[in-house]
Write a protein that binds this ligand. Sequence first.
Ligand code: FMN
Length: 200
Amino acid sequence: MLKTNSIEKQTPTAYPIYPLIEERWSPRVFSNKAISEQQVKTLLEAGRWAPSSSNQQPWRIIWGIKGTETYDRIFNCLHKFNKGWAGNAQVLWACAFKKDMQNGTKENFHALHDLGLFMGNVCMQATSMGIAVHQMAGIDFKAAQKEFNFPDNYHVATAAAFGYYGGNPHELDDELKKQELEKERSRNPQSEFAFNGNFQ
Ligand SMILES: Cc1cc2nc3c(=O)[nH]c(=O)nc-3n(C[C@H](O)[C@H](O)[C@H](O)COP(=O)(O)O)c2cc1C
């Protein structure tokens, strides 16, 4: 179990895996400990070294630290459900990708995949620093696109909330508190998604 985490989570892996992967989970409360610009840049740097199709690096991130205008502007683009908890975070990101190749000639079909790899690196770097990441599909992408002046060939795919593990789950409403305190994390068995032969 992650040492910095006050909420106990069990990850019943079928095979032993790298501890950072096992320890990561997505809380909706965070410690009050601030995250510095330096730490944000460290997280971005981990993402920067992610692989991407043709090294196109299509990810684009808007970031804001709590107490700043950018944080509030990102927060205002979130869907209502996420506004209910994401203000607990110390840092917010809006995560976008460039839809076409660098020369603008054709669509980059792997851009969303590459943004996911970027965020995978960020999640692992964050976990190693005791920082939790909670990603969100629930962002009004059209509002975010306009708010942050993204040209038409970009799509705002997600938002992400960051804070040190160790928040107080009793600050959440009853339903979210129940989810936050659920001990056992769950995943589909490998037999449902991996096939040594034809798709089943
Ligand atoms: C792309 C993406 C979008 C997500 N969107 C939301 C969201 O809008 N709101 C939310 O509360 N959680 C969201 N989540 C968090 C997932 O529900 C969570 O990762 C999943 O339940 C697995 O839990 P774990 O991350 O704690 O292992 C999102 C996660 C990802 C990766």
